[in-house]
Design a protein around this ligand. Sequence first.
Ligand SMILES: Nc1ncnc2c1ncn2[C@@H]1O[C@H](COP(=O)(O)OP(=O)(O)OP(=O)(O)O)[C@@H](O)[C@H]1O
Ligand SMILES: [Mg+2]
Length: 253
Amino acid sequence: MKIIAVINLKGGVAKTITSDNMADILVSVHGKRVLLIDNDKQGNTSKFFGLHGYDKKTISDVLLDPKCNIRDVIEHTKYKNLDLISANMDLMMANQKLILDSTRIQQIILREKLKVVKDDYDFVIIDNAPDINIGVMNALVAADEVIVPIKIDQFAFDGLEQLIEYFDSIREGLNPQLTFRGCLVTQYANNKTNKDGTEWLASKAEYPLFKTVIHRTVKVDESTFYQMPIMRHSRYCRASLDYQAFVKEYLQK
Ligand SMILES: Nc1ncnc2c1ncn2[C@@H]1O[C@H](COP(=O)(O)OP(=O)(O)OP(=O)(O)O)[C@@H](O)[C@H]1O
Ligand SMILES: [Mg+2]
C-alpha cells in the first residue's frame, strides 16, 4: 500500500481536483483499490463524492480518538474500489485539541492507524489543506510520497522553498522514507506566463517535475458542479486526457 500526500501551502492550485481524479483513474483505468482521505476542514473531497456530513465519523475521529478504528470511518463511494474518509469543519477543533494532547506522540497517529488497512488498498491519497497543521503533519509522516500541484501565476512559487525544507525536516525526523515525487503543473493555459513558469520549474533540479501538465478547461469546473470525476463527466476533454497521462507517468516513473 502506497501512501501519497497531495500538498501545497497555497490554496486553489488543484490539490483536491488532482487527488480525486488521480484516485478515480487509478481505480477505473488501472484496476487499483484506493482510499482517499479528506484532510481539509473545507471538506471539498467529501463534497465531491457526495459524502460530506456531520452525522458520522470523520478524519477528526481518527486523529482524536485513540479507540477509533479506521475501518469504522471508511465509507464506500459510489465507485467500486474507491473508498473515502471524509472531513468537515470539526477538523479545525480536532487539530487544536490534538496539539494540546500531550499523552501521545501526535504526529504518528495517522501512520499507525493506516497500518490496519495496509492490505486493503493499493494506494491511499491524502488531500490536504493549504496549510501546515498537526493533521497535515500526520499526513506527511504517514506518506511514502508527496505530489505538489502548482498553478502557474505571479505567486505560484511562494512558499515552495519552505515546503521543500519542511519535507526535509520530516525526512530527518519521523519519516526518512518520504519521497518528493514531483510538482504537477495544473490549470495550464497556453500563454507566456505558463510557458516561462513551467520552464523555470523544469530547470530547477531541486523540484522534480512531472512532464505531463494539466490544461485548464471549463469541463473541470463543470465536473465539480455535477460531482463527477472528470473522466466520468467528459472522458475525452483535455483535462481528462491530461490526468490519465499524468497517472500513467506517475505509475511508470
Ligand atoms: N484543470 C482545470 N481546469 C479548470 N479549472 C480547474 C482545473 N483544476 C482545478 N480547477 C478549478 O480550480 C479551483 C480550485 O481547485 P481545487 O479545489 O482542486 O484546489 P485546491 O488546491 O484543492 O484548493 P484549496 O486549497 O482551497 O483546497 C476549482 O474551482 C476547480 O474547479
Ligand atoms: Mg482542496
